[in-house]
Design a binder for this molecule. Structure first.
Ligand code: UD1
Length: 455
């Protein structure tokens, strides 16, 4: 296994091109299976999660070929109706196969995904939607079975759950409904840009989807869909990560291939904090620290257009380095604070007084240490923290980070950061300073408070 070794406290300066969106590419790839002819997706990032999705699609019988940043998907051989646990456990988005399987093959057996590091992640809303479309559902030995007698049938139902609506369920059910008989109305649909883009691509394939970006989707079923050419839009979470990394390292970063609408809430929070944002043109944004004091923030993650939960761990780093008391509440994944104990190892002062909320007491500097990524975005936060910290850090378990950040070392080095990939070792950069009596920071009492968010 590899790790990143990062020499921190170097300002990130320069331009970085943000890749195509992972979370958009995943459902778009699956949507190509609804068609009877090939599709071409442009600007699909070359990431671990995308490779897993391609592997799944090949397992299902489709042919997927990568040519540079383009994926060519031929659904002609799509005839396999099951997703085994071995594929599901590697990537939860494999559940997206269920919609196209039900719509095109009339049956599906899909392993239940189970939990993951950021908390309980059920699929009840996906299943509620399929049931709403007339599918018969069963469950045994860790698998969910679904069957449709004839075509799925359009109807009206809500996808509201106890933690709000669901991005994944909205995508999955929307895909299935495009080939259903009659009209489907999805109430309480998610409004994320990924859903808008999926709806637009489905329409380019001959579907009739209306209401994208609102919480009511209307889908008039059609008998068949054809392939299309589609360019995937930018990854709003990667963009947020580079913006925050630039600010946390006192740098000056220009993001290329971005857009205002999909990032509005993130940019609003950064502006409130004290960032100076300059649009060079409509897809290029320069991000630096403004002149005045930087403000502590109280941030609540919410479904789009609110502040995204996927940028919450990275924002924690910036707030950890901001004078005053900040707080973050994650309403979508209340257990998603796995970055906190690791950031405290770097000298942050963060407590979790109750489930779903953290309190951040800003410190002037972070200090390099060995830390461990527990999931994709917590891992990204640790990389940002290591870039900002004084001294050397090692970030372990970087396979989590590789799920979602394309060519991350190249991009960091392009911005003047210092990062190398090394095989994981037991050598710990912190140990030398302890053993050889270098000056150490007195331990603040708060940093001793257990900060595990998972209670
Ligand atoms: C997607 C994103 C993920 C992001 C999340 C929320 C992808 C591949 N992943 O995940 O990065 O963090 O949206 O913006 O696009 N829920 C239920 N029942 C369900 C489904 C979800 O209760 O059937 C709950 C979840 O536990 C969570 C909330 O609804 O609390 C939102 O989850 P959801 O929007 O479904 O997330 P994903 O689509 O899995």
């Amino acid at each position: 296994m590899d790790m990143f070794q990062i020499e921190g406290a170097k300002p990130l300066n320069g331009s970085v091109r943000v890749s195509g969106s992972k979370n958009t590419s995943l459902p778009l790839l699956m949507a190509a299976l609804l068609a009877e002819s090939p599709s071409v997706l442009e600007d699909v990032p070359d990431l671990r999660d995308i490779r897993e999705m391609v592997r799944l699609m090949s397992h299902l019988g489709a042919t997927v070929v990568r040519e540079g940043t383009r994926l060519i998907i031929d659904p002609a051989g799509f005839n396999v109706d099951y997703v085994p646990y071995d594929i599901m456990r590697k990537m939860r988005a494999s559940f997206y196969a269920m919609g196209p399987m039900l719509a095109r093959l009339g049956h599906a057996r899909v392993s239940l995904p189970g939990g993951c590091a950021i908390g309980d992640r059920p699929v009840d809303l996906h299943l509620r939607g399929f049931k709403g479309l007339g599918a018969q559902l069963g469950r045994s030995s860790g698998y969910v079975h679904a069957r449709s007698v004839g075509r799925l049938k359009g109807s009206r139902f809500s996808l509201m759950g106890s933690n709000g609506t669901s991005v994944g369920a909205t995508c999955n059910v929307m895909m299935a409904a495009t080939l259903a008989e009659g009209v489907t109305i999805i109430d309480d649909a998610a409004r994320e840009p990924e859903i808008t883009e999926l709806g637009n691509m489905l329409n380019a394939m001959g579907a009739r989807v209306e209401g994208m970006g609102t919480s009511t989707l209307r889908i008039e079923g059609v008998e068949r869909l054809h392939g299309c050419n589609w360019k995937v839009s930018f990854d709003r979470i990667e963009a947020a990560t580079w913006a925050i990394a630039g600010l946390a390292t006192h740098g000056d970063v220009t993001l290329e291939n971005v857009g205002f609408k999909d990032m509005a809430s993130t940019l609003r929070a950064l502006e409130q904090w004290g960032a100076e944002l300059t649009w060079v043109n409509e897809s290029t944004l320069r991000v630096r620290r403004g002149k005045g004091m930087k403000r502590a923030l109280s941030v609540v993650t919410e479904p789009f257009p609110g502040f995204p939960t996927d940028a919450q761990p990275q924002l924690t780093v910036l707030l950890a380095l901001t004078p005053g008391e900040s707080s973050i509440r994650d309403t979508i994944y209340p257990e998603r604070f796995m970055q906190v104990p690791e950031l405290n190892r770097l000298g942050a002062r963060i407590k979790s007084p109750e489930k779903g909320r953290i309190e951040i007491h800003g410190v002037p500097v972070l200090e390099g240490a060995a830390v461990m990524a527990s999931d994709l975005r917590a891992g990204a936060a640790l990389v940002v923290a290591a870039l900002a910290a004084h001294g050397t850090s090692q970030v372990r378990r970087i396979y989590h980070i590789e799920r979602g950040y394309e060519r991350i070392e190249e991009k960091i080095m392009g911005l003047g950061g210092s990062i190398v990939r090394l095989p994981e070792t037991d050598a710990d950069p912190g140990l030398d300073s302890v053993l050889f009596g270098e000056e150490t920071t007195p331990l603040a009492s708060e940093t001793m408070v257990p900060t595990r968010a998972v209670s």
